[in-house]
Write a protein that binds this ligand. Structure first.
Ligand code: ADP
Length: 405
């Protein structure tokens, strides 16, 4: 499957999963906060009710008749204004009310000796303070367990969602995959079909130029030349499209064998300087001798040509191109540097995408279609290498191709 489709499927899966996770977390937070608030509110009502005069009176009375009833869960204490406790039913309350002299009714959550309490305190009309406390350890434990169960369920659901998302993502991009496949087949077939007529046209124009040049008017000669140029441009586009269609369907064969890379680079530079003809561009090279390389010779030749072609297309009138080839024990460095228009930092990553052109009109007028660098990228990756770009707008570009030996 195409890399882009795989990436889209993965992205969709993660998007579904993250969204479900966020929704689950939101649900857990809301559910937990609602339950814990309602439990605590119940307890607050209870402790508030306990500190009323009536309940307090009852507790004091019942405390004076020990063992009649167990007050261990409902604690109370009465203290003087100075903080001295004059009545209480459980010594546990001592640690909960220390230095606490409220001006009005106050309720606080406190923990003491590994237990949780909800404590209420208020000033007494006759001077002093009253305190009541209830043990809420059990409620807190239940809430804690509820949180753990909810989190475990969230983890479980997240894993289930991941599987489901993967399936759903596959299903939702199914039609896109099919349409892309049909498009690819069409591009493949169409480029294949177009190659033969284009070659016939090209050969025909060549014969016309060679044999009929003398009998043709200047205008006809110009027209034939223009048509030949257009056919050449179309052939190159068709070849590029065919290459891309084949890379997509993994039909491009990389035929590796050992060859002299230095010779290939030198020959490419030589042929390219012939193509440059009488332009005022300078092409120089510094190629290390006898670099032997195990790879696809034709594809490497195509690769060098793509970079040289770009260095020429996006250069200034009196600009320069420099090619450098060196090899260390592990890596081959092929550098193509030009003094041309350069590439902005934000465009540097995008230029390897298909059909991306920084300046569409300039590229088109020079016969560019935004495919060259994606083919170069494919070839370099097929040889286990990578491409680095160093450039600034208006200050030329330096492409370094690093391939392991
Ligand atoms: P094209 O056929 O348009 O040249 P490429 O894939 O080879 O397609 O390049 C993509 C785009 O990257 C080009 O349109 C151009 O904007 C930019 N580019 C490539 N090489 C250079 C360079 N040496 N200097 C400046 N811009 C470049």
């Amino acid at each position: 499957m195409n890399e882009m489709i795989k990436k889209t499927k993965k992205r969709l899966m993660w998007l579904f999963t993250v969204l479900t996770m966020l929704l689950l977390l939101l649900f857990i937070t809301i559910a937990y906060l609602t339950v814990s608030k309602s439990v605590l509110n119940d307890q607050k009502d209870k402790v508030t009710q306990l500190i009323s005069d009536e309940s307090l009176g009852r507790m004091i009375h019942e405390a004076s008749e020990p063992r009649e009833r167990d007050f261990s869960n409902n604690l109370f204490a009465i203290a003087t204004e100075g903080g001295e406790i004059v009545n209480k039913n459980n010594s546990n309350i001592d640690g909960l009310i220390k230095d606490w002299n409220p001006d009005s009714l106050e309720i606080k959550e406190k923990d003491h000796e590994d237990r949780d309490y909800l404590v209420a305190a208020r000033p007494l009309e006759q001077a002093g303070y009253a305190y009541t406390a209830i043990d809420i350890t059990q409620q807190k434990d239940v809430l804690h367990r509820l949180l753990i169960v909810l989190l475990l369920l969230a983890c479980l659901f997240t894993f289930a969602t991941m599987g489901l998302s993967f399936y759903m993502a596959g299903r939702s991009i199914g039609p896109i995959v099919q349409s892309v496949r049909r498009q690819r087949e069409f591009v493949n077939d169409a480029s294949h079909e177009l190659r033969t007529p284009l070659s016939i046209l090209s050969a025909g124009f060549e014969v016309l130029e060679e044999e009929e040049k003398r009998t043709m008017s200047a205008f006809s000669q110009e027209t034939v030349e223009d048509m030949r140029g257009e056919v050449k441009r179309m052939s190159s586009l068709v070849n590029d499209l065919l290459f891309l269609a084949r890379t997509d369907s993994e039909k491009v064969s990389i035929e590796k064998k050992t060859f002299n890379l230095s010779d290939v680079a030198k020959r490419s530079v030589r042929s390219f300087s012939t193509l440059l003809g009488e332009t005022s561009l300078t092409l120089t090279s510094d190629i290390q001798e006898n670099i032997s390389f195990f790879g696809d010779k034709e594809k490497i030749r195509q690769l060098i040509f793509i970079f040289l072609d770009n260095a020429w297309k996006y250069n200034n009138i009196n600009g320069s191109i420099h090619v450098q080839l060196t090899a260390s024990s592990q890596t081959i460095h092929l550098v193509v540097e030009d003094s041309g228009i350069g590439i902005d930092a934000e465009d540097q990553m995008k230029i390897f995408e298909r059909f991306y052109r920084v300046d569409q009109s300039r590229s088109r007028s020079l016969g560019g279609n935004g495919i060259g660098l994606s083919i170069a990228d494919y070839i370099v990756k097929a040889h286990g290498g990578k491409i680095e770009v160093v450039s600034k707008a208006g200050q030329g570009a330096r492409f370094t191709i690093l391939i392991p030996t």
